[in-house]
Design a protein around this ligand. Structure first.
Ligand code: TRP
Length: 334
């Protein structure tokens, strides 16, 4: 019997700071699980981070920390390829060709570009504009079948598909059409202070997000201060009770309990007990990851070796695609 070939997954995360609870639930946690089923490539997208001004030393530190956190959260370098985007130069080589095959109008329609250029009017750089072409290169260079992305990256993935299809039609079939891979539960975690806004580490109010490196004390305090409502009933209703519903989502992810069970558990109890239970579930889940993280990060040589091996393995795949594309578009090869 012919063995089923595993589907290939590629995903990336920017090293713009310590990962939040939202990053953990929306991405990191799923990345570890997907290793069971797929051939996975996971990338620390340091080049994408440059589209916003970074403090060089901080970017360097955050890149290694991001890799260490991914390892601590269960990414297994024996099964998956973990690497840093800038360590595989082929991405930027393919990026150029894709830039030349993407229209100004298409890039102008990207909502993230519009949002980010409004937020940083002093630095509307060309990289910010062509960001989706680099992301398309990241994906297409590995012929990824599936790309796990959150809502904010869906439009970019859609554009990657358009770029792939156009290239395949213009030249000849080259790229696999990537599909979005949507994970079900707890996709979007909201701010603890303004629960109609996504949780973000760039929020000016540090009480609005939980970092994966927060101490148990910090986690407990932030949850106790979380914005809820005056009804005093633990009940899911994302429209009228976004704060409570967000806390229920978090609790559900960390305990595996359904909403109805959570409602029953806290029937007749106040938000105080509820918030404490949510915080405790996060503290308990993060504790072993934080211990692993501290241990791994202390061994820089180990992290760097994983990243070197990862870059070499990634480059073996990526360089072949780039060579093929360069030949197809007519660049002279000697
Ligand atoms: N742009 C993504 C983000 O900010 C990160 C990223 C870069 C990515 N390249 C990717 C995600 C390729 C998926 C696939 O979240």
């Amino acid at each position: 019997m012919e063995e089923m070939k595993k589907k290939r997954i590629l995903s990336g995360i920017q090293p713009t700071g310590t990962f939040t609870l939202g990053n953990y639930i929306g991405a990191v946690r799923n990345w570890a699980v997907m290793q069971e089923q797929f051939e996975c490539l996971y990338m620390v997208a340091d080049l994408h981070a440059l589209t916003v001004r970074q403090e060089p030393a901080a970017l360097r530190a955050h890149t290694r920390e991001a890799a260490a956190m991914l390892l601590a959260a269960g990414i297994d370098p024996a099964r998956s390829i973990l690497f840093v985007q800038s360590h595989v130069p082929s991405h930027t080589m393919l990026n150029w060709v894709l830039c030349c095959n993407t229209q100004f109008g298409e890039l102008s329609r990207m909502t993230q570009y519009k949002d980010k250029s409004a937020k940083h009017p002093d630095n509307v750089n060309a990289g910010l504009f062509t960001y989706p072409c680099l992301m398309a290169a990241d994906i297409l260079i590995y012929n990824a079948d599936l790309v796990p992305v959150g809502g904010d990256q869906k439009q970019h993935l859609e554009l990657s598909r358009n770029i792939a299809q156009r290239f395949n039609n213009t030249y000849s079939p080259t790229f696999t059409m990537p599909e979005p891979y949507i994970t079900k539960a707890g996709a979007k975690i909201m701010s603890l202070q303004e629960p109609t806004k996504k949780m973000s580490k760039s929020d000016t109010n540090a009480n609005s997000f939980i970092l994966m490196t927060d101490t148990p004390d910090q986690i407990m305090k932030k949850f106790k201060r979380a914005v809820t409502d005056s009804e005093g009933v633990v009940r899911a209703d994302s429209e009228n009770k976004p704060g409570v519903t967000n806390l229920m989502s978090i609790y559900s992810v960390f305990t595996g309990k359904e909403f109805s069970r959570i409602e029953a558990e806290f029937a007749g109890k106040g938000y105080g007990d509820f918030k404490e239970a949510v915080a405790q579930s996060v503290i308990d889940t993060f504790r072993p990851i934080q211990e692993e993280y501290a241990r791994i990060l202390a061994d820089k040589a180990y992290v760097d070796q994983v990243l070197k091996d990862g870059a070499a393995a990634a480059a073996r795949i990526a360089d072949r695609t780039t060579a093929k594309v360069y030949r197809k578009v007519g660049l002279l090869q000697l």
